[in-house]
Design a protein around this ligand. Structure first.
Ligand SMILES: [Zn+2]
Length: 277
């Protein structure tokens, strides 16, 4: 199993790379881009939510607790006194962080149904709903966030599966085949419930026509293909034109790699040292 930092790093790189594509395609406003990328990072740690007392699980429940307590607070704030708002906020925060966390772990096994494609789909549809109804984003952005979460989720499952092949020894660990699965064969009831939850969530999601239309737009893909590589010099767009013309060619200059000085350089530095007061 890959560890938490590995999952976060790989998930964020995958999500960031895709986010760059969507920016180039001009399908999303820059202010939505960060939130969508974060959905991808979240997806890349979500499958380990069932790992008892793990960092991802604690962090996820802490995050969920903050999210739900504020969502409730914002919703009811206009009708409550300050004391009531304190009680509501703290109560819902503690309920999710400790109450739900405990109950959740009593009901789940690690690498169980949460480590499957259907859980990824259910989480993706839930993300679409949250972006659409709670964050008030357009349906195209909501579906893009759901798509990013799902890709992050699958990245996690694939990474875990890769880690179950021992890189040095040639043998395959016992966990091979348990990470990347459509549903949990050992827990048929849990899988059926997760499937039902995914279908129920899908039914209430906003229409995906904008998202699908954008994804299948031929001019967009042509434009992306056109812009994939620079026309002449790399990063020329970042430097003013005159500066490029004036910059001498970097070829032939020794590269400073920060390694030990070579044999010819070493005596020179040694003779310089005594001169320093
Ligand atoms: Zn995992």
């Amino acid at each position: 199993m890959a560890n938490f930092p590995t999952h976060i790093v790989v998930g964020t790189i995958v999500a960031g790379t895709l986010a760059t594509l969507t920016l180039a395609a001009d399908v999303i406003a820059p202010e939505n881009l960060v939130a969508v990328t974060l959905a991808g990072s979240l997806g890349s740690v979500l499958p380990d939510i069932d790992l008892k007392d793990s960092r991802p699980s604690r962090a996820l429940f802490a995050g969920l607790a903050v999210f739900f307590s504020f969502a409730l607070l914002f919703h009811f704030a206009p009708r409550l006194s300050i004391a009531e708002m304190w009680i509501l906020w703290l109560g819902s925060l503690l309920f999710v962080r400790y109450g739900l966390h405990q109950t959740f772990h009593r009901l789940t096994n690690h690498r169980g149904v949460w480590h499957s494609w259907i859980a990824g789909l259910a989480s993706a549809f839930a993300t679409v709903l949250i972006f659409y109804y709670v964050f008030d984003r357009p349906d195209g952005v909501a579906w893009l966030a759901g798509g990013f979460l799902f890709i992050g989720f699958l990245t996690h499952l694939i990474l875990d599966e890769i880690y179950s092949v021992d890189v040095l020894g040639n043998h395959i660990k016992k966990s091979f085949g348990t990470a990347f699965k459509p549903f949990d064969n050992r827990n048929k009831l849990g899988s059926a419930l997760m499937g039902a939850a995914a279908v129920a969530l899908l039914i209430v999601t906003p229409p995906m026509t904008t998202f699908f239309g954008g994804l299948t737009s031929r001019p967009m893909w042509t434009a992306l293909n056109d812009r994939l590589l620079p026309k002449d010099i790399w990063f020329a767009g970042m430097v003013p034109h005159r500066a490029i013309a004036a910059t001498p060619s970097a070829a032939g200059t020794p590269s400073a790699t920060g390694s030990l000085p070579s044999a010819t350089e070493a005596p020179a530095t040694a003779t310089q040292t005594p001169a320093t007061p």
